[in-house]
Design a protein around this ligand. Structure first.
Ligand code: TPP
Ligand code: SF4
Ligand code: MG
Length: 293
């Protein structure tokens, strides 16, 4: 379900991409910024000629993943940690689609980590937007893979003992071809990063520092530390790794935002069309349907 309104005088109607689903995020949640940014990016894509039905959001499970209910494009709700392979399958089935995953840090960097690394290794042409709030928010704030030591939550009442790993460093090594980091205080940068990531051909991921105001409110902390990359060349793989290593997701240092890495490698699935002269997808589907009816 979606709503559309008439645009400016004489202009084509603006596709609003809203839905009638009731929004259940907490007031002040960083997910609102991600929603506004990605909707604006989809609107720009549609204004530029992309068919609305060719945009697919694949959601995981969590507060983050409710976002698919609030965007009027095709979507698929996967199991926790399984949004990545689902998205890769969607893209392989129809390479014309723009496939965007919305997933929490728990889903991406714990439950689904193996899938994430393999999608990066294969350079699957999908965009992954991680809502990185550093907790399992939907299940009321347990410590997750990105939770820093000392965090007191339901599962760690005396303080978390574990240290996060750096997901961008891991993905750089795994073979990702586009990597960036955003923050939910500032929609223009999010919009630019999401737009660049979607335009990139190959595996792209934007680790989005998404503030969970209810269980881990990091606004003051991040506001004092974040800065936008300037003069950084994302095509320099070593410089990208050095910038990515500047912050290990636990140390009290400056936190860079922007596009860290952009490189080209063969894209997963490009070779499939050459197997046996190509796959007749419609014919194969018709065969199955005929057999079932
Ligand atoms: C396989 C599996 N494990 C655990 C759960 C329970 N569960 C649902 S949401 C969630 C937390 C999600 O955390 P995250 O992925 O970081 O998303 P957030 O809610 O923080 O946006 C968990 C543990 C589940 N649904 N399925
Ligand atoms: S619990 Fe946290 S992440 Fe979930 S909606 Fe509330 S503020 Fe947002
Ligand atoms: Mg989370």
């Amino acid at each position: 379900m979606s709503t559309e309104k008439q645009g400016a005088k004489g202009a084509a109607p603006a596709v609003k991409l809203g839905t009638y689903a009731k929004n259940t995020w907490c007031p002040g949640c960083g997910n609102f910024a991600i929603l506004n940014a990605i909707k604006a990016v989809f609107q720009d894509l549609i204004a530029g000629g992309t068919r609305r039905e060719d945009i697919v959001v694949v959601a995981d499970i969590g507060c983050s993943s409710k976002i698919m209910d609030y965007i009027g494009v095709n979507s698929f709700d996967s199991l926790h940690g399984r949004a990545i392979p689902t998205a890769v399958g969607v893209k392989l089935a129809n390479p014309e689609l723009k496939v965007v995953v919305h997933i929490g840090d728990g889903g991406a960097y714990a439950e689904g980590l193996e899938h994430l690394l393999f999608a990066a290794r294969r350079n699957a042409d999908i965009t992954v937007i991680v809502h990185d709030n550093g907790v399992y928010a939907l299940t009321i704030g347990q410590a997750g893979p990105m939770t820093p030591p000392g965090y007191k939550g339901r599962s760690t009442p005396y303080g978390s003992e574990s240290t996060p790993f750096n997901p961008l460093e891991l993905l750089h090594v795994a073979g990702a071809t586009w990597l960036g980091r955003g923050y939910t205080h500032g929609i223009p940068l999010l919009k630019r990063l999401y737009s660049e990531a979607i335009a990139h051909r190959g595996f792209s991921l934007v680790d989005t520092l998404q503030v969970c105001v209810t269980f881990r409110n990091m606004y003051d902390y991040y506001n004092e530390r974040v800065y936008e990359l300037e003069g950084h060349d994302p095509r320099d793989e070593d410089a990208a790794l050095a910038k990515i290593r500047e912050w290990d997701y636990a140390a009290d240092v400056q936190v860079a935002l922007g596009a860290f890495l952009k490189r080209e490698r063969p894209v997963f699935g490009d070779g499939f069309a050459t197997y046996g002269g190509g796959i007749d997808v419609e014919g194969a589907v018709a065969e199955v349907v005929t057999a079932l009816t």
